[in-house]
Write a protein of this length. Structure first.
Lengths: 436, 118
């Protein structure tokens, strides 16, 4: 038996870069189940599985839709507003690298797919404990095309924001602001939970929340560290900043918790990890490690403020996606405009280093993205609500979404449960063992 | 002096607590129980295994009250616990022989009357 000769790498593919991006892609995919765990811990016991399943559902639906259409809309060509249809069904997406990258095109597509998936999953945080599972899956399919692919094209795929000079390293625009402001719209259209503002609706497992946040942080090293598509300096800087910014955000959160309630809270700490990771997502390889620390500390402030303020409103944006992603992404995008450093990133300086125009480019994205994400999500859900009911009935909400939507319970004991067997099977067993 | 036991749906427990509070019934114990009362079984499926949940999750309230509070307590349990569907639960009222407040040693009527009401 003769072995085929070892396949040579396609021209332009770097083995080290490809190895890292394979790992990074797996890391980012893991973030979505990690988010499921984080969200599941934050809801009530009776909605644990449904909340987790919204994240799993996003992997299913957004993953398929991305491969079929979304990737093409985001990454085919440099149209100003939207990509083309040349990559529909992964046509022409092969081992040959995209221009400007050193990894197989197919791997680039998969890495970007994991971003679309987690962004769609993030939005679920606004509607958990009441939105029906079927309509949510339809929403994910349409939203990933109408909102995510469009914003990804603008910021990553050569669209007008990227062409205009806006800097966004790993997705402050499509992922963080895209999910955060969409979440606000989703919460407004779907409406508040029936007991919101009337009863205490508390997280049922803070350990899940901390573990989920920890796994998200771990995955985020692939998210930010992979967004340079190589093992070069930008990836290393973004990777290290992904350690520093969340650490600084944690410290600041501890201080704010101490001032406000005299105690450092666990769920606050989990939130701070997410906020810190989101803050550094856009700024990743554009700011120095020193400024990354400052970003964590300073950027925690507006997010903390919104998290304290939001529950006092009538808006049941249940798991505070707006504060943790929308506001943090907004802050991170603007921070680049102030503190980007040419010496570190080789691309552009911010206002602090004498380049005021960068701040203008960043402010434009920080203004337009929230408007688009909010507006399009609002219209999409309003349109969907003409055809179907987006949410469960009050009675179903009271029973809990796990049983109503999935016919399962997260913590089923089995006590008093009677095995249901098909009649033929029951008879066969009775014949084999006639003792009653 | 009676012991009022109310067994209600877990999802109505908060409504019952609110109703009891409005009726100024303040001394309450609550526990999670499993029971069966003729309602339709929930059918759940775990991979290939389909099961009927023969016992449903319920919440059991125990309220020891002086005689004039028996009716308000029953009304509150009914008002807070009712959905109109089979499975809303039951209320049992039993004579109570003796009650003692551990902190003060007070017994019976004084023991089941909240401090704020005196």
């Amino acid at each position: 038996m003769s072995m085929p000769p070892l396949a040579a790498l396609p021209a332009g593919v770097d083995s080290g870069d490809t190895a890292w991006m394979l790992v990074a892609t797996a890391l980012v995919l893991m973030m979505t189940p990690a988010l499921g765990l984080f969200y599941a811990g934050l809801v009530r016991e009776k909605n644990t599985l449904n909340t987790f399943m919204m994240c799993v559902g996003a992997i299913a639906v957004a993953g398929v839709v991305w491969a079929l259409v979304g990737y093409s809309l985001a990454f085919d060509g440099t149209g100003s507003l939207l990509g083309g249809l040349g990559y529909v069904g992964l046509h022409d997406v092969t081992f040959v690298p995209r221009e400007g990258t050193t990894i197989p095109h197919l791997l680039f597509m998969a890495f970007q797919a994991t971003f679309c998936i987690i962004t769609a999953a993030l939005v679920s945080g606004a509607v958990v404990e009441r939105m029906r599972f079927g309509p949510f899956l339809v929403f994910v399919a349409l939203w990933s095309l109408l909102v995510y692919s469009v914003l990804a094209h603008w910021s990553f795929g050569g669209g007008w924001l990227a062409a205009g000079g806006t800097l966004d390293f790993a997705g402050g625009i499509p992922v963080e602001m895209g999910s955060g402001f969409s979440a606000l719209a989703a919460a407004l259209v779907v409406g508040q939970r029936k007991d919101y503002g009337r009863q205490a609706l508390l997280p049922h497992n803070a350990t899940y929340v901390l573990l989920g946040a920890g796994l998200l942080w771990f995955g985020w090293f692939g998210f930010n560290g992979g967004s340079g598509f190589s093992t070069g300096d930008p990836s290393v800087l973004a990777f290290v900043n992904t350690l520093l910014t969340p650490a600084a955000a944690l410290v600041m959160w501890f201080v704010l918790d101490l001032i406000r309630g005299r105690k450092v809270t666990a769920i606050g700490a989990a939130t701070a990890i997410i906020v810190g990771c989101v803050l550094i997502t856009p700024a990743g390889a554009f700011i120095s490690p020193g400024w990354a620390l400052v970003l964590g500390a300073v950027g925690a402030l507006p997010c903390y403020a919104v998290i304290v303020w939001r529950p006092r409103t009538r808006v049941d944006e249940t798991l505070d996606v707006l504060a943790a992603h929308g506001i943090a992404g907004f802050t991170g995008i603007l921070f680049i405009g102030f503190f980007a450093s040419l010496a570190w990133n080789g691309v552009a300086d911010g206002l602090f280093f004498g380049n005021a125009s960068q701040l203008g480019d960043q402010a434009l994205a920080a203004l337009v993205t929230p408007l688009y994400a909010f507006g399009m999500t609002y219209l999409l859900l309003r349109a969907m609500s003409l055809f179907t009911s987006l949410r469960s009935t009050e009675h179903e909400e009271a029973v809990g979404m796990d049983f109503v939507q999935h016919g399962e319970e997260a913590y089923a004991s089995g006590e008093g449960a009677i095995l249901v067997m098909p009649e033929s099977e029951r008879e066969r067993r009775l014949v084999a063992d006639p003792t009653p | 002096m009676k012991l009022v036991i109310g067994i209600v749906r877990p999802e109505k427990a908060n409504d019952v607590l609110e109703a009891l509070y409005r009726a100024e019934v303040r001394g309450v114990s609550m526990s999670r129980v499993q029971g069966h009362g003729g309602e339709l079984d929930r059918v759940e499926t775990y991979r290939g295994t389909t099961v009927k949940m023969g016992l449903a999750e319920k919440v059991r309230f125990e309220v020891a009250v002086s005689d004039e509070f028996v009716e308000p307590t029953i009304e509150a349990l009914c008002e807070g616990g009712r959905t109109g569907e089979v499975g809303d639960g039951k209320i049992f009222v039993m004579p109570l022989e003796r009650a003692v407040r551990i902190r003060t040693g007070e017994s019976d009527r004084e023991a089941v009357t909240p401090v704020v009401n005196r």
